[in-house]
Design a protein around this ligand. Structure first.
Ligand code: NDP
Length: 422
């Protein structure tokens, strides 16, 4: 169904929830649940972490209309940073008009390793382990039989020598789960047999977050006319965005911030879907450094003949639709509802597209108005609230702060006093 989102941002929170329910994007039950804003029951919080005292809340927002592989998604974002949702919405709109995103899941397996040391003869040990490969895979699968019933299981095993370590890697098809606990269980079951075969010791058996068997690529082609109505200016913006993406390939100082911008979107959705964002961050940053230098994860290239700016982002995305805290957290259920109950592969496709969109918005802002223009209003609003402004005082105080370009709490307090004296 085509939804007209005009004015969505101007609605009140309850009107937005009502709108989503009216359009059939959210069930009545979840509308009422989100309206109450008691999003994590304490008994659930206590199941998630030890020594729980309370739960810490973050804004739960919506970015409408991401077009990915021909399908439109309403995307929940959990973020504390002003402008992230607005920037993603802007990018989603422009890229939708340009034909949307294409996302490709290259493969979806999780890798883990048993690190062996004090191996007397690494070459001999390697030979023995590789010739016992089939039995070792059976042993791994026997340690977690339920994943076999679900169509997954241990798929391959390989060995690498790194200095005095002999590293045995296992790749697992974890189906809808991230697979951390599954893989760790399998690896621990393999360790005694690997010690026997290698005559060495196992130092540890654990999954790797460097999920190179879970790579996902998102691409898009932005029509230059959406960058500016002025043809020359549009071309110049695209050229600068291409340059900015090259800079992130060359300079780690820039690459770090370039990738942080990508994660403004990715983390927001990973969090909203109850996934392990540290795992996703760790894998992606390692992937960004795979050449030996930390580089930008995305690339933008201008095609002046077609008048298109092409974006591409590849990173490991071992995301889950089952397991971990996903089934426990009722707000996460609302996220899956908004997204149309995607399976893990589909969710991975959406997440990488979101990262590319966020990167597009950040680069466009950086090479044109600068990043502060968009931040200023929200920053001023937050300062107004901190200075103690009442609802009716916020708008005039924000206006004063923007006019004065003086963004600090002292200035907000002084301006508020002046307003009250008027
Ligand atoms: P779980 O241990 O929760 O295992 C997945 C669960 O999902 C199982 O109970 C499985 O049931 C169930 N399930 C239901 N349907 C499916 C399906 N279609 N496909 C697959 N599983 C299904 O999660 P993971 O093993 O994925 O581990 C993820 C958790 O591990 C996260 O919380 C993460 O934070 C944590 N972790 C992360 C580490 C890291 O990143 N380095 C290290 C250690 C833990 P059944 O058992 O019946 O098959």
């Amino acid at each position: 169904m085509k939804v007209n989102w005009t004015g969505f941002s101007k609605k009140t929170r309850l009107e937005r929830l009502d709108f989503l329910a009216q359009k059939g994007l959210l069930s009545k039950e979840k509308e009422e649940f989100l309206a109450k804003n008691e999003t994590l029951p304490l008994n659930v919080a206590e199941q998630m972490a030890e020594n729980t005292l309370a739960s810490l809340a973050l804004p739960y927002a919506l970015v409408p209309d991401f077009l990915v592989n021909g399908q439109t998604y309403q995307v929940p974002f959990v973020t504390e940073e002003p402008s992230v949702v607005a920037a993603a919405s802007f990018a989603a709109k422009i890229i939708k008009r340009s034909g949307g995103f294409n996302s490709l899941v290259h493969e979806r397996q999780m890798i883990g390793q048993v690190a062996l040391y004090q191996v007397p003869d690494q070459l001999e040990a390697r030979k023995k382990i590789l010739s016992a490969q089939a039995e070792l895979l059976d042993l791994a699968n026997a340690a977690y039989p339920s994943i076999l019933k679900r169509g997954g299981g241990a798929r391959s095993l390989w060995v690498e020598s790194k200095e005095d370590f002999l590293l045995v890697y296992l790749s697992l098809d974890s189906q809808e789960a991230m697979g951390a606990n599954m893989l760790n269980t399998m690896l621990e079951a393999l360790s005694p047999e690997l010690e026997r075969l290698s005559q060495g010791q196992s130092l540890m058996a654990i999954l790797s977050n460097y999920a190179t068997n879970s790579l996902v690529t998102a691409t898009c082609e932005v029509d230059l006319r959406y960058l500016s109505r002025n043809k020359e200016e549009a071309q110049e913006i695209a050229q600068k965005m291409e340059l900015a993406s090259r800079l992130a390939q060359i300079d780690p100082y820039r690459a770090s911030t370039h990738n942080k911008g990508i994660f403004n979107g990715i983390d927001a959705l990973v969090l909203a879907t109850g996934n392990d964002w540290r795992a996703i961050e760790a894998g992606a940053h390692t992937y960004a450094a795979r050449s030996g230098q930390y580089r930008g994860l995305s690339k933008w290239t201008l095609d002046p003949d077609q008048r298109k700016l092409r974006g591409e982002l590849t990173l490991p995305m071992p995301i889950a639709s089952k397991g971990g805290s996903i089934g426990l957290n009722p707000t996460v259920e609302a996220s899956f509802e908004l997204l149309g109950q995607p399976q893990a592969r589909e969710l991975a496709s959406i997440i990488v597209a979101v990262g590319l969109a966020q990167n597009f918005a950040a680069l466009k802002a950086l090479v044109t108005t600068g990043i502060q223009a968009g931040h200023m209003k929200l920053q001023a609003k937050s300062l107004a609230l901190q200075a103690g402004a009442q609802q009716e005082e916020i708008a005039p105080l924000v206006k004063e702060l923007i006019a004065g370009k003086n963004f600090n709490l002292q200035a907000a307090k002084e301006n508020l006093e002046k307003l009250r004296e008027k």
